[in-house]
Design a protein around this ligand. Sequence first.
Ligand code: MCN
Ligand code: SMO
Length: 790
Amino acid sequence: MTIRETNPRHFGSRAARSEDPRFLTGQGRYVADLTNVGTVHARFVRSPFAHAKVISVETSEALATPGVLAVFTGSDWADIGITCVSSYPGFQSSRMPILAGDTVRYNGEAVAMVLADDEYVAEDAARMVFVDYEPLQPLVDIADALADGAPRIHEDWEDNVFVKRRFVSDGFQDALDAAPHVVTQKWEMARHSGTPIECRAVVATYEPGRDHLTVWTSTQIPHLIKSGLAAALGRSEDGIRVVSPDVGGGFGVKAQLYPEEVACAQAAIALHKPIRWVEDRREHLLTAHHSREHMHEATMAYDDDGRILAYGVEVRVNMGPYSVFPWTATMDTGMAMGILPGPYRVGEYSASGFPVATNKAPFGAYRGVSRPAACFTTERMLDQVARERGLDPLEVRRRNLLQSEDFPHRSIGGLVYDSGTVRECLELLVEWTNYEDLRVDQERKRADGRLMGIGVVPFIEQTAHTSQEFLQRGVPIVFGYETSKLRLTPDGRLIISASIHSHGQGLETTLAQMAADALGIGLADIRVEFGDTDQVPYGSGTFASRSAVLAGGAARLASLELRDKLARVAAYIFEAAAEDIVFTDGHVSVRGTPTRAMQLSELCRIVYQRPEQIPPGETPSLEVSTTYDAPPGTGTYTSAAHLAVVEVDAETGRVQIDDYAVVEDCGRMINPMIVEGQITGGVAQGIGSAMLEEFVYDDQGNLMTTTLMDYLMPTATDVPRVRIRHIETPSDTVAGVRGMGEGGAIAPGAVLAAAVEDALLPLGPVVVDRLPLSPERVLRYADRARSNGR
Ligand code: MCN
Ligand code: SMO
């Protein structure tokens, strides 16, 4: 798409984030800040068992507690639930209850909801709901659920797999059979999640006179929550308004409909009172959807030079018991099957995907969705090839990477890579970090008995996934587009209403930067609003690194249309040609005739308030709504390469990250400072995934890590300064932008595992096959390396 250049002044600048003064001075407005008169507080009674029959729920003592208004149980709402069915043939459907009925299927599943006029009373009364459980055999791990004779999570299912999918290219088996070398290896990534600062929170009100429900909820996807609530409650969408105010981090965790949202809405309808539920951290760790628990069995056939001949992966993901809305239970397996070939030439490919139902908490999105696991497996496989062929890991990548001229590339995983500079990113990274010198330094350190390791990983980040991609994934809602509505006020200020949302990404700033230049308007004169389904156009929300491309693209297109209209009006007033009207710094003038000029605000006032002065046939309005659907394909792809240098202490298991460097190409950057912030934040989360974060369950399916004392997140001392350089290759989207919000989190697992494995090499060879690399696990790898080295 070609777009007229619009005198870039704000687009591309390192503008300070306009939302930050609000956030940094404690003036953000979150769901928990809402105070409605007469609010009723909700607490949930949650199952202490992973799998059990619910024999009875005794509520009378709780109900007798002064201040308690109501207690709901599964039998009250037996007909309400969340169902999300994939269109893949054979998909076994599940219904996520709002409150569990006769069976609980994970530790923490809500069994009853207690409503009281005080939060503490609600909490105390929740302890007086007595539930009689009959424990059933829990299916904790993937192996438990797949074992012969395993009990079924859902009685009407044939087995515990939501759906089995397989892809095998025609020549795969022959290539495998004929290959001179084959490596096979199992890879595992621990269950963890996004863990935003703000936990979930819901306030719901119901006006019986209008039969109207308003639900404030901390979500990334307000319109989809509305659709999901309408379906779950059997109500029409016009009777529901969903508002998501400031969101204190989403990271994917807030990109699905939760039973608590439905429960609060239903309680508001039942009681005709405002209902408020603010999740605590324990509930969050226990029940806000988890992610990442992948197990891959990979086989790679390669030639003497380390070139990939065939690649096969069986992907199993521990999904918990239910298919979540709107993603379905196939989100991670489907995405992995598509993206595993990554930026490499893979001629023959086989992939199977088994989303496995278990008695762990439900599984949803987390920054990178499946790609951290896919990147981990593919990159770790290449590291094994390198070692077996006696090649430098960098060299193996060079031999297999797609070249610039290979793009656009239809991957054997079924994706269409629009363009890419992954090779250029890798070469710049290698040159910039003096890779050859790092290897020399490593030799010197090894001679001194120090364990230094280097990991290097190129990858592509699929972003702004299009309708085609979502169709391919079999999800019930196809999210390919977004809408931005631009309105100029009579005093010349611009309001952008966007269908996406912002939860820390800086979109209040960057959407303004996308629209500012066409109208010659300053960022201080632009307000961006999101999150209120009554106020902003329909759209699916912020996930899949799509907001810059889709909502930004829509804002850009709308700004050009508004400019055209203003130019026609100004041309009429100035008796000039519309092409000669220029917009700069809040002024409208005729090119080359500076005397014929007026303030933008004056022009806007004329349109709205002196319609007799505008050209005949023009409407007195300055409002444009534009929907942008990204170009066909499966999204626009960002290229990147990450490098880490670590030093391992084999006595304590401590891994010190001495350097972390990133080169990426997300096309034209709207705001390089924000892009760098996104990369740094993503890498910090990736370091958490790689080194620390793990939901540990015992063999009965009880979650052991329910506080931030035992679920460890990275802090400032765990994250080095991330060094970043850019390449800017425009894509074919509006303004040449590619998404990038997840990329930082995709590679760190693969990079750090490679670096640790490399560091341990002087002790002996070992395969670092599982994350996170806790000190305990590093010590085990060191022991294994020593015994392999003997
Ligand atoms: N940007 C830019 N130039 C580009 C591309 C992006 O300036 N070429 C800017 C964008 O304008 C936007 C930010 O970078 O301000 C991220 O843009 P984009 O890649 O479009 O991603 P989204 O805005 O759609 O954000 C979603 C993405 C996802 S999927 C997760 S998960 C995640 C992430 O963003 N969650 C986050 N980053 C997060 N950052 C914060 N602080 N909080 C979260 O919850
Ligand atoms: S996990 Mo991001 O919300 O796609």
